[in-house]
Design a protein around this ligand. Structure first.
Ligand SMILES: Cc1cc2nc3c(=O)[nH]c(=O)nc-3n(C[C@H](O)[C@H](O)[C@H](O)COP(=O)(O)O)c2cc1C
Ligand code: SF4
Ligand code: SF4
Length: 379
């Protein structure tokens, strides 16, 4: 499987594709990752418990029958586990601790091993909340923010794993972003069942951080629902136990989708609830439609928005298309929307669908970069 079509890197890590194994305590260790997730771009091991208090909580849960990774030498265990992943996937280590010091110690080791530290702000068993770990961090945002800043001082690539719909998701995304984390990993769980796709969109429009969407992905359609709402990567946990081939299947599908479209996480159009990146596909803003509210949130007037898109198109193939609805490809729709006029122009100028979509991706970044109000400040 080709791994050169994705351009996914953060600091010292580079992912071969946007599919991840999500952590499951007592289950996702190096042996599990090698066996079920050899093709994944990222494997998240753990959770590992770093201090006496979190080890005590995990031991209590284990006594009740829950699977947990428990060791008196957690730092040694982490080092050994990272080294035992032999697949070439990037490794992240999901960790719990009641105090900061062990997190700093782990961060230094994890950085040295070229891996990612994932701070667990997710687990919600009553014993964990009582001890102040896992989801308890979401109810103490000043502590979460201070810990992120301190951990980042080590230079480790840092992911924060959270659960959606616990606190205000937009505020949470911004706090994690502004505190300096590199990745936000969101379990978009919804009370009842399934993934909350609106939550995925809300996170995407609140931060430009690398964003991993998670929950209930058991096939490529479900992964695509997350990608098209802005997830940079999609992770799977329970689905892997139901279908040991799941990760391989997802990697295969997303790779061929990337090869045929050039933009594996293309947004939906703004009028179909697309995120900010979808402004790259919007028309010249001359009619009343949702585009106005969308660019206003980024501080653009209609004139500035139009000027910014035209500025980008200068000297690129998007300048062509005199016969299209608004006189240039810069205003044209996604390649998946059938249009014989646009396709005729692409054919005439010799621009492939993939190259067209790659230009639209760059245009989306340009529109976001040049906004007066940055995404993590917009309202
Ligand atoms: C048995 C089990 C153990 C889990 N342990 C952890 C954990 O230690 N840390 C964590 O961040 N998430 C943990 N999770 C949550 C998963 O990483 C994931 O967010 C959740 O299961 C939803 O994704 P899925 O629908 O693909 O399973 C656990 C999930 C399961 C099923
Ligand atoms: S400008 Fe066009 S693509 Fe954008 S929201 Fe309006 S109708 Fe939809
Ligand atoms: S020419 Fe086709 S692709 Fe371009 S804006 Fe009109 S309908 Fe959309």
């Amino acid at each position: 499987m080709s791994d050169c079509s994705f351009d996914l890197h953060i600091g010292y890590v580079r992912f071969k594709n946007p599919i991840a194994l999500a952590p499951m305590a007592g289950i996702t260790d190096s042996a599990f990752a090698n066996h079920y997730a050899g093709d994944a771009g990222l494997v998240v091991l753990g959770a590992f418990n770093l201090d006496k208090a979190s080890i005590a909580v995990a031991s209590k849960l284990a006594a009740r029958g829950r699977k947990e990774f428990i060791s008196d030498e957690p730092m040694e265990l982490i080092k050994k586990e990272i080294r035992a992943v032999t697949s070439g996937s990037v490794v992240a280590v999901n960790v719990r601790s009641t105090t900061l010091e062990p997190l700093i110690k782990a961060a230094k080791i994890i950085k040295e091993e070229g891996a990612i530290l994932e701070l667990n702000a997710h687990c919600k068993q009553p014993e964990m909340l009582e001890a102040g770990i896992g989801e308890a961090l979401l109810h103490d945002l000043p502590r979460l923010s201070a810990w992120i800043k301190k951990i980042k001082e080590t230079g480790v690539v840092l992911s924060v794993k959270v659960r959606a719909n616990v606190v205000n998701d937009v505020e949470l995304a911004r706090i994690i972003d502004k505190s300096g984390a590199d990745i936000i990993h969101v379990d978009a769980v919804m009370e009842g069942s399934g993934a909350d796709l609106d939550a995925i969109l809300n996170y995407r429009d609140a931060t430009r951080l690398f964003f991993i969407g998670n929950n209930s992905v058991t096939d490529f359609e479900a992964a695509k629902d997350m990608f098209s709402r802005g997830a940079d990567m999609v992770s799977v946990a329970r689905g892997v136990m139901e279908n040991p081939e799941l990760i391989r299947e997802l990697v295969e599908s997303v790779s061929s989708y990337q090869q045929s479209t050039g933009w594996y996480n293309t947004p939906k159009h703004v009028c179909s609830d697309g995120d900010f990146r979808a402004l790259a596909f919007c028309c010249l803003p001359v009619k009343p439609c949702p585009v106005h509210e969308k660019f206003r949130k980024l501080g653009y007037t209609a004139e500035e928005f139009a000027r910014t898109k035209l500025e980008f198109s200068k000297g690129t193939m998007l300048e062509f298309g005199g016969d299209t609805c608004f006189g240039s490809l810069v205003w044209c729709c996604k390649i998946s929307k059938p249009c014989w006029i646009r396709d005729g122009v692409l054919n005439t100028i010799g621009l492939s669908d993939v190259e067209y979509m790659k230009l639209k991706k760059q245009l989306a970044e340009y529109v976001l970069d040049h906004a007066r109000i940055q995404v993590n400040e917009s309202y």
